[in-house]
Design a protein around this ligand. Structure first.
Ligand code: NI
Length: 191
């Protein structure tokens, strides 16, 4: 078990296009376990590999925390997505508030399609097909964006972004205190 530091929005690794995962390995399985530990420790519902500094096509989610009171949504539990491809979207766009572990304390509305169809490999490298709706669909789309070098900030208007400027500057300066480890770390006592 390891809790890894999460890189923040200004890190160039979050702007890279992630490369496919070629093969299973002990290191990969360890990384997946560490990503779950890191995600749960930071109370996140999803975490993409670039967020811990590895630009590979891998993310994990556990959206159950958000669906506990919602009987309409399926409880899918912890899920691993390797080399995912969203093949189609359905339904009208829905606006909902999002946050990101790489952009602590910043939350804003993002419009996304309600339903997605995607293919991916699970952690056993079995090919899977999934139709996801609602909240889980949103979490998957957010993490999928991370693999394309896209952040939810990119969807905001210049006006909305400006409202978050002071928090963003704090994050950049490593001056924002968070309840989970981030990079840049708080530079305590450094001149
Ligand atoms: Ni994120």
């Amino acid at each position: 078990m390891a809790i890894l530091p999460i890189v923040t929005f200004n890190d160039p690794v979050l702007r890279e296009k992630s490369t496919p995962v070629e093969a299973d390995s002990e290191e990969l399985q360890q990384l997946i376990d560490d990503m779950f530990d890191t995600m749960y420790n930071s109370k996140g519902v999803g975490l993409a590999a670039p967020q811990i500094g590895k630009p590979i096509q891998l993310f994990v989610i556990d959206a159950d925390v958000m669906t506990q009171d919602d009987d309409d949504e399926e409880d899918l539990g912890p899920m691993v997505f390797i080399n995912p491809v969203i093949i189609s979207t359905e339904g009208e766009d829905l606006k909902m508030e999002e946050g990101c572990l790489s952009i602590p304390e910043v939350r804003d509305d993002v419009s996304r399609p309600f339903t997605i169809n995607l293919i991916y490999k699970d952690r056993n490298f079995n090919q899977q097909k999934l139709k996801a709706e609602g909240w889980i669909s949103r979490v998957i789309q957010h993490e999928y964006d991370h693999l394309q070098g896209v952040l939810f900030l990119d969807y905001l208007s210049a006006f909305r972004r400006r409202l978050h400027r002071s928090t963003l500057n704090k994050i950049k300066a490593g001056a924002l205190e968070t309840e989970y480890p981030i990079v840049p770390k708080l530079q305590v006592g450094k001149e």
